[in-house]
Ligand binder design. Structure first.
Ligand code: CA
Length: 244
């Protein structure tokens, strides 16, 4: 990465979070414009060029959802959404609002900074690609429009259901998804005991296909009692990341 300064628009109405995130980002030499409501966010966005937007969902004056849509109408700038648990379904954030990534509060500022770095790297690498149709989660990339998935850049040959499961996992990058949500999302049917088994079998097949590309890691992790999640590729060598 170069030392050129990247500009970040931070939109967060909770002052404590705004200040903490600003401090972390500035320590990494980003140029941060921090605002506390959606109206100010849109005004700043029109006035200046930003390389990335961090956007809280629940905001005074203009809600984050609307800010996200307005920005998306004119720009492919990476958007990382901040949400509180249960505010909005994971898939809606990625697929309908057009955000590239999201973090559920409470999050660690360090994790946010890691996501920011990853997003900026990606934006630089594939400036032409429309970001909202492609989900990234760790080593996995899912292109929803082309209906293609890759692991570590290698194509995965998936059945439609496996593709649907991987898409749902990728859309909630880093957060576990319950077997129920996976089943209802991929099959659109009511969840029962047989469904739990169906999900398990499909996860096993997915894991086998992923292991055929790289068997050194478990890319779909089991979150005991919660569900399944995609391994966060950022985590492996990076210090810390959790806590706070
Ligand atoms: Ca808020």
């Amino acid at each position: 990465m170069t030392n050129e300064t990247r500009r970040i628009l931070l939109v967060e109405d909770e002052k404590a979070i705004r200040d903490a995130v600003t401090a972390y980002l500035e320590r990494e030499n980003y140029w941060v414009t921090a605002v506390g409501d959606g109206q100010d966010a849109l005004e700043e966005f029109q006035k200046h060029h930003f390389d990335l937007v961090i956007l809280d969902l629940m905001l005074p004056r203009v809600p984050g959802e609307r800010v996200c849509r307005v920005i998306r109408d004119t720009s492919d700038v990476p958007i990382i959404m901040l949400t509180a648990k249960g505010e909005v379904e994971d898939r809606i954030i990625g697929l309908e609002l057009g955000a590239d990534d999201y973090l559920v509060k409470p999050f660690s500022p360090r994790e946010l900074v890691a996501r920011v770095k990853a997003r900026l790297r990606r934006a630089r690498a594939g400036a032409a690609a429309p970001s909202s149709d492609v989900l990234h989660a760790g080593a996995v990339e899912v292109d929803l429009r082309a209906h293609k998935a890759t692991l570590l850049g290698e194509p995965l040959q998936l059945t439609p259901k496996e593709f649907a499961i991987l898409s749902i996992l990728a859309a909630s990058a880093g957060s576990p998804v319950s077997a129920r949500d996976l089943f209802e999302g991929a099959w659109g049917e009511r969840y029962d005991d047989a469904a739990a088994n169906t999900v398990m079998v499909h996860i096993r097949h997915l894991r086998q296909k992923m292991a055929a590309i790289d068997s050194s890691a478990q890319f779909i992790e089991t979150a005991w009692g919660v569900g399944y999640k995609l391994r966060d590729g950022l985590g492996a060598g990076a210090p810390g990341g959790h806590g706070a």
